[in-house]
Design a protein around this ligand. Sequence first.
Ligand code: AMP
Length: 209
Amino acid sequence: MNIIFLGPPGAGKGTQAQKICAALNIPQISTGDILRRAMKEGTETGKKAKSFIDAGQLVPDEVIIDIVKERLQMEDCQGGYILDGFPRTVPQAEALDTFATIDSVIELDVADQVLVDRLSGRRVCVKCGATYHLSMLNGETHCSNCGEELIQRNDDKAETVLARLKVYHDQTAPLIGYYEKKGLLKKIDGAQGLENTTAAILAALGAKA
Ligand code: AMP
């Protein structure tokens, strides 16, 4: 099954995609993770992407479309995948239609107020990428999975969070209508708690946990 996870930053796309991928045994293709890895490794793509990401803006369509096109051709994607964070603009969705067939689009719906709190309190492990919320950490500064340091992503700082939400509403939200028209959209309440959300997504996909 080829699935898109759509939703604003902080809606839980990454966390839920990880769970659903494990349940369905398919890979999670996170364009944010791919770009962050490229920045860390200092590749040409990473260098191009950095200023956009740090400002909370989208990297140009032509940069990201080629990355995804190449990734979907790999062997592990032939039995299905979840796209987490792509497409984010109508031109990206139109490009995707030329090289992939999508079966379902899961829209995670969460109010802006909740998103601001989730993103500005988010901490991530520098090594394994596990995510936490400040309110759950009780002062802990290291990852409970691998022991490495927890940091705040540059683009989770308050001023950038608001820019990212605006970008979502202006540039990505039109995809809701785009996929609704194609009859692919399944809207899920993303504020009902982690496990309930996972169960709701699996049910919408007609899959079992
Ligand atoms: P994410 O981890 O999905 O929130 O992505 C972090 C940042 O990476 C975004 O704010 C964008 O700057 C960039 N990014 C990720 N995916 C895309 C995409 N499909 N198109 C453009 N920029 C993207």
